[in-house]
Design a protein around this ligand. Structure first.
Ligand code: 2P0
Length: 350
């Protein structure tokens, strides 16, 4: 009798926010970066993607993805590369054991939901591709480690390779042409530094003007500063950041985080024509962090900005009241800051 069973597996994946930023590809097809990067994983209680993958010989349509209730286009080369890689790994298992059901030949149905507004401009592609890859890997009962799956997720979206772990995660750029050494690894689990927290200041929920993929390639092609960033600044920041995380040295962690964000946005401004992701409210948030640190007489807060105006502030639990109080005081009255709105301010436990 034909196998009409529906096979199903679910998983969640977290959002990560880089403290040493990925910006630039040396191979756009394989999503190979021009530099290593390092991120902090946010708590799944606050921000995560939940994905269910199923497959069945009874499914009559092609592979499909429902994202937050809407059919999503998965015909692009990046999603297709993930499906192809995962199917090949499943097919290898099936070839070795003829008793296994032939899942690799069945259409896939993916249903994915974020527990945060996708429109909030937060990094959703990282959690999205990580959850997609992990859910299919679970469905196919692959024995691959998170590092091995990071090779697949990377091809969906570069930053996604850092969302297959919790805690502090490095993406090693590698130097092989086939990308087999461009892989993520765990620098430290979240439990290593449990009092680390993040505050997300949603400055704008609007979709960004220049996508990361095209923005970074414009930077690679036109920015002189960028050459210094990838050859000197990032290698030094990676080293110092890893040491700071291992030593739980917040002041150094914070300084490298802020300097690396500044360096990334300076390269964006040095792109021709220039790319501006931060706005006046973003800059007000930087000034607020500076005054918090000046008032404290030491560095207790670190800002960082991705390819958009929203600010993420890292701080330690013991400094929470100083941080939250100061932000309320400084940002009230700044045009664009939506005090009291749930989406505008959320404190995230890591
Ligand atoms: C990062 N960003 O390290 C940096 C900081 C944005 C600024 O990773 O083209 O969406 O899918 O590989 O991963 C955004 O880039 O780009 C990003 P693709 P991705 O988090």
């Amino acid at each position: 009798m034909a196998d009409t069973k529906v096979y199903r597996a679910s998983t969640t994946a977290p959002v990560n926010i880089a403290v040493v930023k990925y910006w630039g590809k040396r191979d756009a097809k394989l999503n190979l970066p021009t530099n290593s990067s390092l991120s902090v994983t946010l708590s799944q209680a606050d921000l995560r993607t939940l994905t269910t993958a199923s497959c069945s010989a009874s499914y009559t349509e092609d592979d499909s993805l429902m994202l937050n209730g809407e059919l999503s286009d998965i015909s692009g080369a990046r999603a297709q590369a993930c499906f192809r890689e995962l199917r090949a790994r499943r097919a290898a298992l099936e070839a070795a054991d003829s008793a296994l059901p032939k899942l690799s030949a069945m259409p896939l149905k993916l249903v994915s939901e974020n527990n945060f507004p996708t429109a909030a401009g937060l990094a959703s592609s990282a959690a999205g591709f990580a959850a997609l890859v992990q859910a299919i890997a679970n469905l196919y009962e692959l024995a691959d480690s998170p590092a091995q799956l990071s090779l697949v997720a990377r091809q969906g979206s570069g930053s996604a390779c850092r969302s297959l772990f919790g805690g502090y995660v490095a993406w090693r750029m590698g130097d092989k042409a086939d990308g087999s050494d461009s892989v993520a690894d765990l620098v430290a689990p979240a439990s290593h530094w449990p009092n680390m927290k993040a505050l997300i200041l949603v400055v704008s929920a609007a979709k960004k003007g220049v996508s990361s993929s095209s923005g970074m390639q414009q930077t690679v092609a036109t920015s002189g500063l960028f050459q210094q960033r990838i050859t000197q600044i990032v290698p030094a920041n990676m080293k110092t950041m890893e040491e700071a995380i291992k030593a739980k040295d917040f002041a150094t962690f914070a300084e490298v985080t802020m300097r690396d964000s500044n360096s990334f946005h300076a390269c964006c401004a040095d792109t021709y024509p220039p790319i501006f992701y931060m706005n006046d409210v973003s800059r007000a948030a930087i000034r607020a962090v500076e005054s918090i640190n000046a008032e404290a007489g030491k560095t207790i807060a670190a800002y960082t900005f991705d390819a958009g105006p929203n600010c993420v502030v890292y701080y330690l639990q013991e400094d929470e009241s100083a941080i939250l109080g100061a932000f309320t005081g400084v940002l009230t009255g700044v045009s664009g800051w939506k005090e009291g709105s749930a989406a505008a301010k959320s404190s995230v436990k890591l």
